[in-house]
Write a protein that binds this ligand. Structure first.
Ligand SMILES: CC(C)(COP(=O)(O)OP(=O)(O)OC[C@H]1O[C@@H](n2cnc3c(N)ncnc32)[C@H](O)[C@@H]1OP(=O)(O)O)[C@@H](O)C(=O)NCCC(=O)NCCS
Length: 165
């Protein structure tokens, strides 16, 4: 009797990148992206999205499961990609690349010619991904955000920009 046979199965999964809705702000749906403070930051970004100054997107499977989330802040010059995250169970499959492409399209749709982002100095994997996608280092900035334990995390980040023309 044969046991333990390995089989390679190649799957293609359609993911829809759409505007985040209020109903999505549920730990059951977006809890993989961070704790309560992170979800609160997404809620604040949603208010800016309602004013049209931010685009806030989620990547959704046909089942309705959310696997990616990210924003682009058009108040910054150039427009800045922000809060990029992919569910750990769906990373390294091209989802982040597709999310960034969808956000860049929101910049192009507004006539923008450049996009920027910041990546923490100790996140070489994300930096390598952004370099591969055409982002070029443009400086070093001090960045920070609140954490679930009430403290503020402060870090050096590398600023990167990309021409979209
Ligand atoms: C950074 C992040 C958003 C990237 O998303 P992702 O879905 O993992 O990105 P991609 O899959 O498009 O590309 C990343 C990797 O997949 C590989 N890849 C891309 N397309 C692929 C494909 N079709 N098949 C297999 N691998 C692929 C890339 O070569 C890269 O390799 P690595 O795993 O050695 O780094 C995600 O990893 C994440 O949420 N990380 C934690 C939070 C974070 O660091 N956010 C960024 C803050 S600046």
């Amino acid at each position: 009797m044969e046991t333990g046979l390995d089989r390679t199965v190649v799957l293609q999964v359609p993911i829809t990148f759409r505007d985040l809705q209020l109903d999505d702000l549920d730990p059951q749906r977006l809890g993989w992206s961070g704790g309560a403070v992170h979800l609160e930051a997404i809620r604040e970004a949603l208010e800016w999205a309602w004013t049209g100054e931010v685009d806030l997107l989620v990547g959704e499977l046909p089942t309705g499961q959310l696997v990616a989330c990210g924003a682009v802040d058009h108040r910054r010059h150039p427009s800045e990609l922000w809060m990029l995250s992919v569910d750990a169970r769906w990373q390294s499959l091209g989802v982040g690349t597709a999310l960034i492409g969808a956000l860049e399209h929101r910049v192009i749709d507004r006539g923008g010619e450049r996009a920027g982002l910041g990546v923490e100095w100790d996140n070489p994997r994300a930096r390598a991904l952004y370099s591969r996608l055409g982002y070029v280092e443009s400086g070093l900035v001090l960045d920070g955000w609140p954490q679930d334990d009430g403290t503020r995390y402060v870090t050096w980040s590398t600023a990167m920009t990309k021409s979209l023309t």
